[in-house]
Design a protein around this ligand. Sequence first.
Ligand code: PGA
Length: 262
Amino acid sequence: MDRRSRSPFVAGNWKMNLVLREAAVLSRRVAEAGPWLAECTVVLIPSYTALGAVAGSIAGSSVALGGQDLYWEKQGAFTGEISGPMLKDAGCAYVLVGHSERRQLFGETDETVNRKTRAALEAGLSPIVCVGEVLAERDAGRTLERIDAQLAQGLNGFSGEDMARIVIAYEPVWAIGTGRTATPAQAEEIHAHIRRRIEESYGNETGACAIILYGGSVKPANSYPLFKEKDIDGFLVGGASLDAVGFVDIVREALRAYREEK
Ligand code: PGA
């Protein structure tokens, strides 16, 4: 399968931002961007409290809904947690797993990433599994080693069929919220490596179909050159996804690059 069979996939991670009214307005603006949006997979990932409001705003559009995290148990005495079936029930098709903020601030490990990814699949959600190195690892030349460990442990025990439903997001931690983006060549090196690893473990076709997103200070101005790289299939956008016009422009720029090479 050739590279341009993978149409753009852009997810907006709103993190801990926006009250209900703001979330409803932003999601409506994105959903109303135009019918061309349906050529891409666009996912909005609000806070838990806004899932219902956003689900209402995007109903009937091609825009999908995602959760920012989940717990691996389905239900029970786990105060403060949200399960896969709850996210599914709220209208989610996707869920982030192992975002670097969860890893750095909330003790997420590759082992918990593994359990959460399994729970997401069991609930009928597509997990967006985040990997990425911190600056010290990059400076020490240990980026690929770190990514390999995160993939090997985080995705240990999954079948090719599972893998077909998993989206990978490569997010160099030094590029998140810093305004410092990886260059297209830097990002492509890691994306190509991740795809090779998927091919080795699950076969060429699964590797060729795998969606690998880049995240870290993505904005309209760098969307096009990043998407031009053959193993970059879209973006996980943080800060810039809080602005409807900017977020839609990121999708539009990715689609422009896609159409040129399709
Ligand atoms: P950023 O965040 O776009 O604000 O750098 C990306 C992310 O954390 O997913």
